[in-house]
Ligand binder design. Structure first.
Ligand code: ATP
Length: 358
């Protein structure tokens, strides 16, 4: 019988005063976007200090990674860009995956809510929550060449983690007034591994009779997402399907530059852009969309209990992108990264000074 664990929907940061948060800029557009985050936090008087840590993608040891993990364990919370993994032949395992595993960040959550007016395949009324297993499945990084020309890659599915992620999805649905959870799988082919994930979610669903539960095969899910995304509410899935579905939905709603993603374990929380792109080819050109990283900062403030500051930043982003239509090229606009950031900064300053006057 699988172990039943109590799942907190998210670990709570300790409340009160200022917080120190680990900032891991990562590669590509990460460092320039983090500069904007720091500047907006400075002008908005956000009560957060950043401990900046870096990982050199070229280093062949794991000292940098260990330092980053220690920093996140100390602070409990991090904001990160994506760390480059390097080319296929380096033999270096993904530091992004290693970090999630070491911190046992077992679930990744993406709130996919439309930005009205932003040019997109589905510009409105998409409101989907993706709950994704974040530490195992196809990301186990257990690959080997058994005999010359034959490689094996292990997909690990455990009852314990399937239960944790399913419980998270149903608890989230319950606590946020959601009606339905859809479990995504390929149990018709991977009968044992995805079968376990699916069976576990069905068993957990019985504890939540008020939430409807259905399931869908990943290939049909992709077709349904592009033809009728409005049928989905909360989605529950394994790791690889999760990254594919996240990218499909972000693509439908306006691309990699908008949405943020949240990683939770029982003890730590890490915030980052939702599709985890490095954006290497657009780095240093002042053209990257800063919104996804700023939304990650909103999530982080919210998690820390700084609701007022989170709302100020969130409203400033929405006013800039939706009302004023100041958007980067990926959203059909002609603004640079710094144009978007300047406007957001202006709104943050305005709102913060009004707050102080009251
Ligand atoms: P390559 O894979 O060729 O090295 P890349 O690193 O830029 O390019 P990804 O990081 O995988 O590619 O990003 C996928 C796509 O999303 C790219 O076209 C990238 O330019 C775009 N993209 C990612 N983040 C952003 C962003 N914040 N703003 C605008 N476009 C983005």
């Amino acid at each position: 019988t699988p172990v039943v664990r109590k799942v907190k929907v998210m670990p709570k940061a300790q409340y009160g005063g200022r917080h120190t948060v680990t900032m891991l800029p990562g590669g590509g557009i990460g460092p320039e976007l983090m500069e904007h985050v720091k500047e907006i936090f400075r002008v908005g008087g956000m009560p957060v200090d950043f401990e900046i840590v870096n990982i050199d993608p070229q280093s062949d040891g794991n000292l940098d990674l260990e330092y980053v993990i220690t920093s996140i364990k100390r602070n409990g919370v991090a904001i990160k860009g994506n760390i480059e993994t390097g080319s296929l032949d380096t033999g270096i395992a993904s530091r992004n995956v290693a970090l999630r595993n070491e911190l046992d960040l077992f679930v990744n959550v993406l709130n996919c809510k439309s930005y009205e007016g932003v040019p997109a395949r589905y510009p409105d009324k998409i409101d989907i929550i993706i709950v994704r297993q974040n530490t195992e499945g196809e990301y186990a990084m257990l690959e080997h060449e058994s005999v010359n020309g034959v490689v094996e890659s292990m997909k690990i599915v455990t009852a314990e983690n399937s239960e944790r992620v399913a419980r998270f999805a149903f608890e989230y649905a319950k606590q946020n007034g959601r009606k339905k959870v859809t479990t995504i799988h390929k149990a018709n082919i991977m009968k044992i591994s995805d079968g376990l994930f699916l069976e576990t979610s069905r068993r957990v669903a019985k504890d939540y009779p008020e939430i409807q539960h259905n399931d869908m095969i990943i290939d049909n899910c992709c077709m349904q997402l592009v033809s009728n995304p409005h049928q989905f509410d909360v989605m529950n899935m394994t790791n690889l399907y999760g990254t594919i579905v996240s990218n499909v939905i972000c693509g439908l709603m306006g691309g990699a530059g908008l949405l943020s993603g949240r990683n939770y374990g029982d003890h730590y929380a890490v915030f980052e852009p939702g599709t985890r792109n490095t954006g290497t080819s657009i780095a240093g050109k002042n053209i990257a969309n800063p919104v996804a990283m700023l939304n990650a900062a909103v999530d982080m403030l919210d998690h820390l209990g700084h609701k007022t500051h989170a709302n100020i930043l969130s409203r400033s982003i929405r006013k800039t992108v939706i009302d004023d239509g100041i958007r980067t090229a990926d959203l059909g606009g002609s603004a640079s990264t710094s144009d978007v950031v300047s406007k957001i900064k202006k709104y943050v300053i305005e709102e913060t000074s009004q707050m102080k006057c009251r």
